[in-house]
Every structure is written in structure tokens, then in C-alpha cells.
Design a protein around this ligand. Structure first.
Ligand code: ZN
Length: 163
């Protein structure tokens, strides 16, 4: 009778993410987290685990690094000076930046460490290389609107939109 999670559905969740050691890495607190199934908004292993579930379901998913944010790869974090960032940039560990590479390609960068004026930038997502455990409660499932499908992400009730 109720909708099941499949590609093209907007899903609302409560979730808690813990690492291999059981420590809580992230949780949505009491806010409903919305994502578009099939939109790559969440890690692939979690999309897979949620496929076919419906409202009220509790889903526990243990993901390998590969099913999560991928294995760590590429060079070790690189040290740069604070000055290379725009003045208004908020520099903190875990902060994400998009940067242009030497051939004009877009690079994903995260700050992995800050020591005084030295900022370490990493090509890997902060959770790359880690096994992840998600505990999820499915709160809502509905078909995505055409606009959401086009954008590849859900629009919340008070999104005043944007691109
Ligand atoms: Zn949008």
C-alpha cells in the first residue's frame, strides 16, 4: 500500500553513522534528512541497502570502505599556506573545496589538518578508507518532482531555490 524506495523516490530518514570502533561520526539529530534515491546523494552501499524498504522500516547497513566513500587513493595530504584560500573562506578540518586543476579539471579537496598557517589538503573524502555502519529509520517516501529529477536532489519544504 505504501511506496517503496526505488530510483526516482525522495526519501526522508533519521540516521546515525558510526565507525568501526563504534564512535558516532555523524547523525541527523532530530532533523529529517532528505535524499533522492538513484541521485548519488548518499553513498552507493547505503542506497543499495535501502532499496525496496518503506516508511517505518529500520535498516542497519554495514558498509566496507568501497561501498562507502571509497578506498583512500592518490597522494598523501599536501601542505599549503593559509594564504592560498580566499580570505572569507572558513577553514576547518573536514571543510570541502572545489578547485581547478592544472588542466582545468575540477578537483574535490578536503581539509584534513590545520597547524597554524599550514593547511593540509586531501583529495580523499574524510571518510574514505573507513568501514561505516549506518542505522537508519525511514520516515517518508514519495515520488520526486520533475524539477527534483532534473536537479538530481530533493527540495525541502522551505527551499527557496536556487540554481
Ligand atoms: Zn535543486
Amino acid at each position: 500500500m505504501s511506496d517503496k524506495i526505488e530510483n526516482g523516490m525522495v526519501v526522508g530518514l533519521h540516521y546515525k553513522l558510526t565507525g568501526a570502533d563504534g564512535a558516532v561520526i555523524d547523525s541527523c539529530d532530530d532533523e529529517e534528512f532528505l535524499y533522492l534515491q538513484g541521485g548519488g546523494n548518499i553513498v552507493p552501499g547505503l542506497e543499495q541497502a535501502l532499496e525496496g524498504h518503506g516508511v517505518g522500516d529500520d535498516v542497519a547497513a554495514s558498509l566496507t570502505a568501497e561501498e562507502g566513500y571509497g578506498e583512500r587513493e592518490g597522494p598523501e595530504p599536501q601542505k599549503v599556506s593559509r594564504e592560498v584560500f580566499p580570505e572569507e573562506a572558513e577553514l576547518e578540518v573536514g571543510a570541502y573545496f572545489a578547485a581547478e586543476g592544472e588542466e582545468g579539471e575540477m578537483l574535490d579537496l578536503w581539509i584534513s589538518k590545520i597547524e597554524g598557517d599550514d593547511v593540509y589538503i586531501d583529495h580523499n573524502h574524510p571518510l574514505a578508507g573507513q568501514a561505516l555502519n549506518f542505522q537508519v529509520k525511514v520516515l517518508s517516501v514519495r515520488a520526486a518532482t520533475e524539477e527534483e529529477q532534473e536537479h538530481g536532489h530533493p527540495h525541502g519544504p522551505d527551499d527557496d531555490h536556487h540554481h
